[in-house]
Design a protein around this ligand. Structure first.
Ligand SMILES: [Zn+2]
Length: 265
């Protein structure tokens, strides 16, 4: 009996022969984090979201003919504003940059010149890194912060807007890993309401002036946004939006020639 691999886009499950046969055109790099998520979701939430959502996008892209490889997820991210919480495992932005630079070099060595960073953590800011790497590599790097990309759909699917460990993230984890969501004996989430302390200045409240918010002052148990109306079906609906928007992009990217005007029409 021959064993047929189902997830043939996952590098961690591929052999050298698989890679040689596939000749991938695109790599997808899921970027996560290790940090607390209120009292009901695990520290690995961002990494789980990145992995599972990327997996679903890659699966759909492969069905559309994409030749791609999903790289193992990076489980750490930038946590400098979470330092007051135990075991929020920080990589400085400059360290994240070095990791990205080195991985891009490995892709270049393998002849893969198209990379999608699939980021799940708000503390990871890749745009300055894309600017710095531009011209230093033949790899064309694209960035998807999926939690920002689905904001329009999330505002229709979810009741409460959120920042962290709220209705959106809780719904996504309920869809993929319900076994990891902590419940009380009455079936409700073992979570607080994700209330946040208001900022002191109007310019900060309005977003006219930005800052890196000290998370222990902003929140009580690290959660920002009310999670209590989350459901697995909302998580699946949000996943479908991500897949609809990203899978066809990956398929088109895979097939697109790297001509002089790439990525323009
Ligand atoms: Zn998160």
């Amino acid at each position: 009996m021959t064993f047929v691999r189902s997830k043939h886009w996952l590098l961690e499950e591929m052999t050298l022969e698989d890679v040689r046969n596939l000749q991938p055109q695109v790599a997808v790099l899921p970027m996560g984090a290790t940090e607390p998520h209120n009292l009901h979701l695990p520290y690995g939430t961002d990494t789980l979201e990145a992995w599972h959502l990327a997996d679903r996008c890659c699966e759909a892209a492969c069905q559309l003919g994409a030749k791609l490889v999903q790289l193992p997820a990076i489980p750490y991210g930038t946590e400098t504003n979470m330092r007051q919480f135990p075991l929020a495992m920080n990589l400085q932005p400059s360290t994240v940059h070095l990791i990205l630079r080195d991985l891009v070099q490995s892709l270049e060595g393998a002849g893969i010149q198209k990379l999608l960073i699939f980021n799940s953590h708000g503390g990871n800011e890749f745009k300055p890194m894309l600017r710095e790497l531009y011209g230093q590599t033949s790899v064309h790097i694209f960035l998807c912060n999926w939690f920002q990309m689905v904001k329009d759909a999330a505002s229709k699917i979810c009741q409460h807007a959120e920042d962290h460990a709220g209705e959106l993230e809780t719904s996504v984890i309920m869809a993929f890993r319900p076994d990891l969501v902590r419940l009380r004996s009455d079936g409700s989430l073992q979570a607080d309401d994700g209330q946040t302390r208001p900022l002191r200045f109007q310019a900060l409240q309005q977003g006219w002036v930005g800052l890196s918010r000290p998370w222990h002052l902003l929140t009580t148990n690290s959660g920002s946004g009310n999670p209590h109306l989350a459901s697995a079906s909302k998580g699946e609906a949000l996943t479908q939006v991500v897949v609809d928007r990203i899978a066809s992009f990956l398929a088109d990217l895979s097939q697109s020639p790297l001509d002089a005007s790439f990525p323009f029409a």
